[in-house]
Design a protein around this ligand. Structure first.
Ligand code: ADP
Length: 361
């Protein structure tokens, strides 16, 4: 394990508007030295604005940014010790791979011998050894992305910022690069802030996730914390999937629901219009059970290890996710539905309303 070379990043009460649009609304966030943080949120939630402000390409109306404990608001972008990977990589198409990597070192007056060495090391790091003379147009999408990462890390940045760096890659390559990038970050010890709208990418790569909505921080925590203890309905719906059931019309006799509800009600005091939320993997289907609610299978989808099943019970439609090995459900099948004990959560109306507003946007 390498010694940590990363620096902490602290964002304090950042606010930014573009005319009537609020892009950042009092955003505060601390990223530890060497940590991998993903900024996640729907389109237009302020992710790129937050990243560009940290990079020094945008300026906030209010608030402060500290890197390694030092305020950097007046420090120009190129002096912040930051490496940046953009969505479309922003490589120079007329320069070779090696020249793309050497560009920033040359501008800083690095001696030729050192440039050659650092370019070779950087190519090694991203597994492109021997491809330095190629032109950018002769590379695949995955290779171009590796060049962009090598270029962003060649000056040994203490903080690496990435804006949707995987979005131009197909799914298989994206999953492969996610893993490689995570390994590389461990090797380098750099602090990484990744912007993505893809929750799977954020969950699989980041130590912690900061979930934004309308420029505001909804929750920050480990992927597991956001999944298992969502702060509100917006988080519960954005991270993974949640079935929401209105409490007022909860005529479901479902086993696990009544007891889960009693527990949830004892620890929360929901306002009128509150909803209960259950994860699809906590909706259990079987052929027979003395407790539970009769339900009908409406539709199914096979995804390898699991089968996703849309069921209707007591006038409600719910999504259940079942281990595919257990049984293959078919549309029209009749089953008994239960909720895993302790899996029901309560969400009050205000967060549900926000969630619906965000979906409508
Ligand atoms: P995200 O990266 O989450 O998609 P952005 O940070 O790009 O969100 O944008 C946040 C909000 O600010 C959006 O409503 C967007 O339309 C607006 N916005 C971003 N940049 C500009 C700009 N240069 N001019 C006007 N509005 C902008």
């Amino acid at each position: 394990m390498s010694t940590v070379k990363g620096q902490s990043v602290e964002v304090r009460s950042l606010s930014k508007t573009y005319g009537p649009t609020v892009a950042l609304d009092d955003l505060s966030l601390t990223v530890q030295a060497g940590e991998f943080l993903a900024i996640l949120g729907p389109s237009g939630s302020g992710k790129s604005t937050a990243l560009m402000t940290i990079a020094g390409f945008e300026f906030a109306d209010r608030g402060q940014i500290l890197i390694g404990g030092q305020a950097i608001d007046r420090v120009p972008a190129h002096r912040r010790g930051i490496g940046m990977v953009f969505q479309r990589y922003a490589l120079f198409p007329h320069l070779s791979v090696a020249e793309n990597l050497a560009y920033s070192l040359r501008r800083r007056g690095c001696p030729d011998q050192e440039i050659r060495q650092r370019v070779a090391t950087a190519l090694d790091l991203v597994k492109l050894t021997g491809l330095g003379a190629r032109s950018i147009g002769e590379l695949s999408g995955g290779q171009q992305q590796r060049v962009a990462i090598a270029r962003a890390t060649i000056s040994n940045p203490t903080v690496l910022l990435m804006d949707e760096p995987m979005s131009a890659l197909d799914r298989k390559l994206r999953q492969h690069m996610q893993l490689e990038l995570k390994l590389l970050q461990r090797e380098l010890g750099t602090t990484v802030i990744l912007v993505t709208h893809d929750q799977e990418e954020a969950m699989s790569m980041a130590d912690r996730i900061a979930l934004l909505d309308h420029g505001r921080l909804r929750q920050v925590g480990t992927p597991a914390a956001l999944y298992h203890q969502p702060a509100d309905a917006f988080v519960a719906d954005f991270i993974g999937r949640t079935n929401f059931l209105p409490l007022a019309s909860c005529s479901l006799r479902v086993a696990g629901f009544a007891s889960g509800l009693a527990h949830a009600l004892a620890t929360n005091s929901p306002r009128t219009g509150a909803r209960a939320g259950v994860r699809p993997e906590d909706v259990l289907l079987c052929l027979e059970h003395e407790e539970g609610e009769a339900c009908r299978i409406i539709e199914t989808a096979f995804s390898g290890s699991t089968q996703t099943v849309l069921v209707e019970a007591a006038g409600h439609r719910l999504i259940a996710e079942q281990p595919a090995r257990e049984r293959a459900w078919r549309p029209g099948d009749v089953a008994v539905l239960r909720f895993r004990p302790g899996s029901v959560r309560l969400f009050d109306q205000s967060s549900v309303a926000n969630q619906e507003k965000s979906h409508a946007a």
